[in-house]
Design a protein around this ligand. Structure first.
Ligand SMILES: [Mg+2]
Length: 729
């Protein structure tokens, strides 16, 4: 058997094209945080990298280069590529995902080209994959690809990483092809984002748009559990942290060492907040005249997407602003803004980072932003100051930076001033903590971590729900017939009683009465009703059935021969332990990024404290943590509370699974000898399905469910099955 392969897929191959003196073009491997992070994986695991090479006359030397480096080119016609890449990916998805709704263009031909290009990738990958292979798809150009690959019916592990922000569902649902895009991504079995916020936005969008069930950062789609996780990309720390050694390449920048330098390096893009930054700098000079002549801003703009008209508009407006501010504050020997419009080589970039006193990174929205991390990596002298927009993905990990709202011109101007006034010891301390974190979480750690977590998810195995058909029922009945006793746990609403518009209408009818009195006849059938309903409802309507009753989702129990209700004392279950591990992992990652925060574990709760942390940043992170936990713990026995400078996660008393466990305990249920069947229709019933999962013949009413063995369409189907049980016992 062949070893399974890893296939990395990105829009472009990680190569750049260089023209030589004799006019021939050659290929070279390109650099960059993502590319170098993946290259390590690519080189180590002899994976294949699939991407578009661009329009080039293919020569035999190029073919050899591609082959030698395990690179596979996806050929796409120019016209299609332009509409796919410039049109849909960068004209529709890019602005939408960065919250620039008004800039989003909607064109049917762009969408068709996007589908076409994704198909071209799918075809090429299908040519080279074998069953069992892993395919790791990258970024918003290829959102449809996971589903296309999944539809090939080949056994594949598919993951996807989204490198730009994922907007809130309110914004995302404005896009006309929202369903197709969501379904495209759900072809994956593992989906990564840079931050918990994006992951949460995605899950929320999936819920709202296709109504899929979600639980613990997991989406259930077409009977598959899909894990959604946060993996912030790191930078190539080693490369950037070279010794300080200004090259002779850019004397123009630093000939005047007497001035304090602010630095901005950005791709020229409307998401980068360039106009706002320049205005803030102008405001700073206005507010603090003592710094005129002493402080300058070097702003590097790297040309980008020049095929798109709106990008040329930004360029002219940025240049107009530079002219205006320079016009206002220049003197004979002082130009406040040095504006550079070109791409600059890596060596020069590192020089700039190492010389700049203050790095200003203030995008209006940015999926992550690597510039701020590169700056930190480059500061081998342990000095320098970072001003960072709170709307970058990196902000969640960089609490020691001076964080700003880039739209707030006045406050940014004040922060530009504050950066100059911070005592040296504090500035260096902040930098030290940042550097430690960036070194530990570099780009290589990122790719290894992603693959490790993805493999882990795959190994957890998939529970496949079978339709409880007639034949399947006969098989199941034969199995339980040989059991000593059969323990049957039935949910009420939606399971024994069809869902009604108003809950007070869902009262038992004669059909249910008859069914229950039939079940009562068999002494080795131990039936319980486990419901969310309160005790008085159970007394009034279910009291005569002679079955055990668990009310209020496991808070109270009343045995068949017992006149009163008992409150259930909670016992810890395996499920709650695994959930607890997930909660701890999440808390640990927040503890890592919020200095001086810590975790306290108590018997019934876990508390994340941040009273000793920098408050503004920590409060923001506590908010993100709270929202992430709330989504993760939705409909579990855990709930989230915001305390005083703490976030508390408490296990609530009620849990249907506890009710089941309690009754099994009371009657000394024996695995292997006694049978267990749980039946329910919603997520609270999954807690019952998860009790003794291996031997539990769990039945979900409705459709497939990741936690149950079987499913039946509706209560009527269940009635038939229960009748069959009573005929067979
Ligand atoms: Mg129900």
């Amino acid at each position: 058997m062949n070893k399974s392969k890893l296939i990395i897929v990105s829009n472009r191959l990680p190569v750049s094209i260089e023209e030589q003196d004799d006019g021939r073009t050659i290929l070279k491997r390109s650099s960059g945080g993502l590319v170098s992070g993946l290259r390590e994986i690519h080189d180590q695991s002899d994976s294949i990298w699939v991407g578009h090479l661009g329009r080039l006359p293919h020569s035999s030397s190029m073919e050899t280069f591609l082959e030698d480096h395990n690179l596979v080119d996806v050929a796409i016609e120019d016209e299609i590529y332009d509409q796919y890449y410039n049109g849909y990916a960068n004209g529709t998805l890019w602005p939408l995902f960065h919250n620039f709704l008004a800039t989003m263009s909607v064109s049917d031909s762009h969408w068709k080209a996007y589908v076409e290009a994704n198909k071209a990738f799918a075809r090429k990958i299908t040519e080279i994959i074998s069953p069992g292979d892993r395919v790791w798809v990258h970024d918003y150009q290829l959102m449809l690809l996971p589903e296309m690959l999944r539809n090939n019916q080949i056994d594949l592990k598919i993951s996807y990483f989204h490198h730009i922000p994922f907007p809130s569902s309110e914004i995302f649902r404005t896009i006309p092809r929202r369903k197709e895009l969501i379904n495209g991504l759900l072809g994956s079995d593992y989906i990564g984002f840079h931050t918990y916020d994006y992951a949460r936005h995605f899950i929320q969008s999936v819920k709202r748009i296709i109504g899929a069930k979600t639980k613990i950062n997991e989406i259930t789609h077409e009977d598959r559990p899909i894990k959604v996780a946060a993996h912030p990309l790191g930078v190539d720390f080693k490369t950037f942290s070279r010794e300080m050694n200004p090259t002779e390449s850019n004397p123009e920048f630093f000939k005047d060492k007497t001035r304090i330098t602010y630095l901005g390096i950005d791709r020229l893009d409307y998401t980068k907040g360039l106009a706002e930054r320049l205005e803030s700098f102008g405001k700073f000079l206005d507010l603090y005249p003592q710094y005129r002549g002493k402080v300058r801003l070097i702003q590097v703009c790297v040309p980008s997407r020049q095929d798109i008209e709106s990008y040329n508009d930004i360029r002219s407006s940025v240049e107009r602003l530079v002219g205006k501010i320079n016009g206002e504050f220049s003197t004979a020997d002082y130009i406040p803004i040095e504006y550079i419009y070109r791409s600059i080589p890596l060596e020069e970039v590192i020089d700039l980072y190492q010389q700049a006193d203050v790095m200003v990174v203030t995008p209006l929205r940015d999926g992550l932003n690597l510039v701020c991390k590169e700056y930190v990596a480059a500061r081998t002298d342990g000095d320098g100051c970072l001003i960072l927009s709170e709307f970058t993905g990196a902000a969640a990990e960089m609490g020691e930076a001076l964080q700003v709202n880039p739209y707030d011109i006045d406050t940014v101007a004040q922060t530009l001033h504050k950066a100059l006034e911070i005592p040296k010891a504090e500035r260096q301390h902040r930098m030290k903590v940042l550097r430690g974190r960036m070194e530990e979480n570099d780009n290589i750690a990122w790719s290894h971590n992603f693959i490790e977590m993805w493999d882990h998810h795959n190994q957890e195995g998939l529970v496949t729900t079978k339709h409880l058909t007639h034949n399947q029922q006969l098989r199941l009945l034969a199995q339980i017939k040989s059991a000593d006793r059969v323990f049957l746990f039935l949910d009420y609403d939606g399971t024994l009683a069809p869902i009604k518009d108003r809950p007070e209408l869902a009262i038992p009818d004669s059909q249910l009465d008859e069914l229950m009195s039939n079940l009562k006849l068999f002494p080795n059938l131990i039936t319980s009703i486990v419901t969310g309903r309160p005790q008085d409802f159970c007394d009034q309507y279910l009291g005569t059935y002679g079955v055990h009753i668990v009310a209020e989702h496991g808070a109270f129990i009343k045995l068949a021969n017992q006149p009163h209700w008992d409150q259930l004392i909670r016992v810890s279950s395996e499920d709650s332990q695994s959930l607890q591990i997930e909660i701890m992992e999440l808390l640990e990652s927040f503890t890592n990024s919020v200095p001086h925060s810590h975790i306290e574990t108590k018997e019934t709760c876990i508390v994340w404290h941040y009273r000793e942390s920098e408050q503004k940043f920590a409060q923001g992170q506590a908010q993100v943590l709270g929202e992430t936990l709330e989504q993760m713990l939705n409909k579990t026995s855990w709930s989230v509370y915001h305390g005083k400078k703490s976030v508390e996660i408490r296990q609530s008393l009620a849990h249907k699974g506890y009710g089941v466990e309690k009754i099994l305990d009371l009657f000394s249920w024996q695995e292997g000898q006694d049978a267990l069947i749980t039946v329910g229709d919603d997520t609270t019933d999954e807690d019952m399905h998860r009790v003794h999962m291996d031997s539990n013949q769990s039945i979900h009413i409705g459709n497939e469910n990741a936690y149950s063995k079987y499913f039946l369409e509706d209560p009527a189907g269940l009635y038939d099955f229960l009748k069959r049980i009573s005929l067979n016992l």
